[in-house]
Design a protein. Structure first.
Length: 209
């Protein structure tokens, strides 16, 4: 399986890849503070399609669509991440200088592709992370993925029993904490806390372009 992209904290988060042991470079970033909201949205993902408080958000989406639903982000980090582009013969790293919109009080980050000026991924931090672009608080709202509620204490086994959609599978054998369920409309990723079975650290919905 080829993930749509990964930033230095994953992910696809650079979150996923950095914690998985990949070495990522980091360009100088601009951190702009904006006005933010503190209202926790209800998140529903159905067959790879995102709904925030019942409103459909089709990726790629403009930053303005997220601002309309979430309020202005707390911070914006420009030139913030390193993309990892998957090829048949391995991984090639390419710095693209995308931006990350951060809602500190909501525990949400949105990745904006510099080429199309739209977001191709959204991340919900369910447990505190230590990256410079990690939200200062965790996501405290409700997340329902294909009928299964996902919380910081969930396990992949529990999610797979409860879901009415596709099962979550390991992305790579050498990354035991990184799972995904792929749809044509988007791929859902969950990163579990190490060791396995100790809960969910983050959840992301992303698309490949």
């Amino acid at each position: 399986m080829k993930p749509p992209f990964a930033t230095c904290h994953l992910w696809f988060g650079a979150i996923f890849l950095a914690s998985a042991g990949f070495a990522c470079t980091h360009t100088q970033t601009d951190d702009h503070r904006l006005n933010a909201t503190t209202k926790q949205p209800e998140v529903t993902i159905t067959e790879g399609v995102l709904y925030l408080d019942g409103t459909k958000v089709q990726l790629p989406a403009t930053p303005q669509e997220f601002v309309k639903l979430l309020g202005k982000p707390t911070r914006e980090r420009k030139n913030a991440n390193t993309d990892l582009i998957w090829h048949e013969n391995g991984i090639r790293k390419q710095i693209l200088g995308n931006s990350i919109l951060i809602w500190d009080d909501l525990g949400i980050t949105v990745y904006v592709d510099r080429n199309i000026k739209k977001s191709r991924a959204i991340n919900f931090s369910l447990q505190q992370e230590s990256f410079a672009f990690s939200p200062k608080k965790v996501f405290a709202g409700k997340i329902i993925v294909d009928g299964a509620e996902i919380t910081k204490t969930s396990t992949v086994d529990q999610i797979n029993v409860a879901t009415m959609g596709k099962q979550f599978r390991l992305v790579f054998d050498f990354m035991p904490n990184w799972w995904s369920a792929a749809y044509t409309t988007g791929t859902i990723y969950v990163r579990t806390v190490a060791p396995p079975g100790k809960g969910i650290e983050s959840l992301q919905l992303g698309i490949s372009l």
